[in-house]
Write a protein that binds this ligand. Structure first.
Ligand SMILES: C[S@@+](CC[C@H](N)C(=O)[O-])C[C@H]1O[C@@H](n2cnc3c(N)ncnc32)[C@H](O)[C@@H]1O
Length: 269
């Protein structure tokens, strides 16, 4: 069972996840979902992207997420589309009554603790000829801005003692070839893959919201520490991240926020 807990982010995630949203547009373009296709959105969060998919196809669109809070948010904001359904489910134990033409997995793959098991489950719920598209931050330097902020945490006297006990929860590979191999190991034919360097200007406040919508769920999650997190630690951590973003900003208060992302489309032949 996954230890990832996005419940506390369920209300704010859709508004704060600016970079995940723009990356999803690239992923959906690459997948080019057709009007009758049945689609699974894996790790769908609060369903804002799932809803968009359900407006493109008349087929059945299913969103699954391990976080009950996210699924409650998705259900409450997406009631009007008859072809849309949601389930609380761990992708590692994916089991659904129908098979899909397309699986979309946007900004969730890095959270899977057993990515190979997830891909095997995806293979089994895809129709013959079906395709899967994954977009995720990639490489240990997945965001140079976040990595630099965390370096501050690692060194600072207020945070360094507890941070020693942080165990990175994310699944990152260092090259597109390694991602391709992972998909091939699970029976897929890779039809497209690219490791992109993306960069966009954001205000300090926006950058901090973006950080909170994803990375903070790892860095300030008790499940990924072997000592108890104190309020002081969490407050200092947040202040230091804000301080780091301030230092990274230019004269007009904007940050050039960089991400390395893998986009991969694979097919079940
Ligand atoms: C960063 S959010 C992405 C949400 C949405 N796909 C998007 O693009 O905005 C990651 C989501 O993955 C979910 N997640 C993490 N591990 C999971 C797992 N093992 N099974 C299902 N969902 C998972 C989290 O609960 C969270 O909602």
């Amino acid at each position: 069972m996954s230890e990832v807990n996005f419940n506390s982010k369920a209300f704010t995630y859709a508004n704060n996840s600016l970079v995940q949203k723009s990356a999803s547009e690239i992923l959906l373009d690459l997948l080019s979902i057709q009007s009758e296709e049945d689609v699974l959105d894996l790790g769908c969060g609060p369903g804002h992207i799932t809803k968009k998919i359900a407006q493109v196809t008349k087929g059945i669109v299913t969103g699954i997420d391990v976080s009950q809070g996210m699924i409650e948010q998705a259900v409450s904001s997406n009631q009007e589309l008859p072809n849309l359904r949601y389930s609380v489910m761990d992708a590692e134990n994916l089991e659904l009554p129908i098979n899909f033409d397309v699986i979309v997995c946007n900004s969730s793959f890095q959270w899977f603790q057993k990515p190979e098991q997830v891909l095997n489950r995806c293979f089994s719920v895809l129709k013959q000829g079906g395709r899967i598209g994954v977009q995720a931050p990639a490489t240990q330097l997945y965001s140079p801005n976040f990595v630099a902020a965390i370096e501050k945490i690692r060194m600072h006297p207020y945070t360094r003692e507890i941070f020693k006990y942080f165990k990175n929860p994310w699944f990152f590979l260092e090259s597109k070839e390694e991602y391709e191999q992972l998909f091939r190991n699970c029976g897929f034919d890779v039809i497209y893959s690219e490791l992109r360097d993306e960069s966009n200007l954001f205000s300090i406040e926006e950058a901090y919201k973006i950080y909170q919508s994803g990375a903070e769920n790892g860095y300030l999650n008790q499940s990924f520490y072997t000592v108890t997190l104190t309020d002081d630690y969490m407050n200092s951590f947040r202040e230091l991240v804000k301080e780091a973003f301030k230092e990274q900003s230019d004269n007009s208060g904007m940050i050039d926020l960089k991400f390395k992302r893998i986009y991969i489309i694979a097919k079940k032949q």
